[in-house]
Design a binder for this molecule. Sequence first.
Ligand code: SF4
Length: 375
Amino acid sequence: MQTQPSLYDLSFEQLQARIAAWAQPTFRARQIWEWLYVHLADSYDRMTNLPKPLRDRLAAEFALGRLTPQIDRLSSDGWTRKILFALPDNAYIETVLMEYDTRNTVCASTQAGCAMGCTFCATGQSGFQRNLSAGEIIEQVLFFERALRKSEGEKERRRDGETVGKPVDQLTDPRSTDHRITNVVLMGMGEPFANYNALLDALHRFSDPVGYNFGARRITISTVGLVPMIERFAQEKSQVNLAVSLHAATDDLRESMLPINKRYPLGVLIPACRTYTETTHRRISFEWALIEDVNDTPEQARLLAHLIKGMVCHVNLIPLNPTRDFSGRASTRERIVAFRAVLDNSHIPNTLRIRRGIDINAGCGQLRQSVISNL
Ligand code: SF4
């Protein structure tokens, strides 16, 4: 396994400084940057406009990425692919590619593990390892981008189910016409705002017009509700979307599911969300995992509607993904319909999200949990 620093951990300025220290012409930094973020080179040999001695020096001092796929699973319907990556220090992270409609969405991790301890989440149940670097966040997305670009021409084989269990670089993509990642959600393992500097660095690099050039409006960050960071992020004037994991409309219930609610109760969190929308003029999303007989009651729906009334917002309802250490079940169809009716009557925009990839443990942290528990 690679132990050198990753070239993806350098900012453009740091790369320029390294190139200058090696007495190379300044334009070499731009060429390398383009190989990394435009051409998505997977080997130094592909960087054919660089002199061989420079390629050799780069290879001697920097790994070209540090993610090593350990487990690679494709859901039975073929539309969700999940990879467990190992990092050189034996940290594990999960990344998911979801293909539906015209979208290819990558759900990436920002930390290895998570310290937030949400009771229904496999990552929360397994504890915290470390923050990811900006490069490690970006690499997850570029890994799937590279795979999609390579996938053209594999349509028929995937339709026949022949690619189940194949390495991701042989991924087939039967529906996408442009073979590109269309959306990035930072909703995988970890609390993005607990790794704020690396997160911001990664966001800037995603949108770098001379690099990956990925539109900020196609990126979504999900937070469990770190109020000071929501306030700070509002000041960034970013076009990136913000989602808040709410899951309950009363403090006692929310506390029982999300320990962070003790530090930032609803009376603090909701005003911070309101201020965010007023400052940024951007809509905020609220995530709500529907758990039978826990938070799917009409009363919770009424309280939720009251809590967020008048805010420029949207509620995403997601039936619970089952996890090993949480006994709750996903809400039934009838209860979901009743819950939504309350929101609809209160004119709260809401969407019911389809659960994907249950057969491959696609929920955040589930694959890592199954691997770590078997080590
Ligand atoms: S839901 Fe998110 S914030 Fe909560 S424990 Fe899981 S990864 Fe961490």
